[in-house]
Design a protein around this ligand. Structure first.
Ligand code: Z5A
Length: 208
């Protein structure tokens, strides 16, 4: 199946600016006459997403492996819609996806390979963009709220895991720049990706 639209996801530490930049990218693409949608994981609107949300808000407790599998299930329950959207020509700009699962769960001591296993077969993106920010800079952006993972020491471990997961295919953008400069760089990256998808690109699966 030939695919003519690119899709990508943004990763990074809490407060790196993913949500702001995903919104801006979608508006930009729509302004260019393209069909584009913003997705985010976790998607807290589904029944699985509600369990995740309550865990993140500290109103329920779950075993580390259980919550990891729920994050994974949250991606799986959206997989077929994702495929339908992409095949119908809608570019998806996704705020977090599977790398968050590995980076956050393994920060609790879970094995990387164990964390990756349930994600095998999810759709692989055309592009992973990592918004790079130091812990100190991120903390300056309003501080952390009350959610479970919003703690400096935990975020430090997550940052180390992202370094291990990082590979040459990732595009890294300095997220400490002015918000407009980050946006400009992201637009360039996305346009490059649109060009490289012009002759069609098959959908592929993760970790295959
Ligand atoms: N998680 C997991 O464990 N396993 C998984 O599989 C998945 C996720 C998918 C909830 O995610 C948690 O789920 C998350 C990982 C875990 N835990 N943490 N930490 P979430 O999506 O609900 O929350 P978040 O991803 O951490 O994002 P956030 O707090 O919404 O931050 P953000 O999207 O990166 O940033 P933002 O909202 O765009 O910006 C934050 C502030 O900075 C805001 O005031 C902006 O105006 C400001 N900002 C943005 N860019 C700039 C620049 N360039 N300069 C100055 N200020 C800026």
């Amino acid at each position: 199946m030939a695919l003519e639209v690119p899709w990508l996801f943004l990763e990074g530490l809490d407060r790196c600016g993913k949500t702001s930049q995903c919104r801006r990218l979608v508006s930009y693409l729509e302004g260019q006459g393209q069909s584009a949608e913003l997705w985010r994981f976790p998607d807290r609107s589904t029944s699985v997403g509600k369990m995740i949300s309550s865990y993140l808000l500290n109103t329920s407790q779950l075993d580390d492996r259980t919550i990891h599998l729920l994050f994974s299930a949250n991606c799986w329950e959206k997989r077929s819609l994702m495929e339908t959207k992409l095949k119908s020509g809608t570019t998806l700009i996704v705020d977090r996806y599977y790398y968050s699962g590995v980076a956050f769960s393994s920060a609790k001591g879970l094995d990387f390979e164990w964390c990756k296993a349930p994600e095998m077969g999810l759709l692989a993106p055309d592009l992973v963009v990592f918004l790079d920010i130091s812990l100190e800079k991120a903390a300056e952006r309003g501080g952390y709220g009350g959610e479970r993972y919003e703690q400096l020491e935990f975020q430090r471990k997550v940052a180390q895991n992202y370094k291990v997961l990082h590979d040459a295919s990732w595009k890294v953008v300095d997220a400490c720049q002015h918000i407009e400069d980050v946006e400009k760089q992201l637009r360039e990256i996305v346009l490059e990706s649109v060009m490289s998808c012009q002759n069609g690109k098959p959908l592929s699966n993760l970790w295959s």
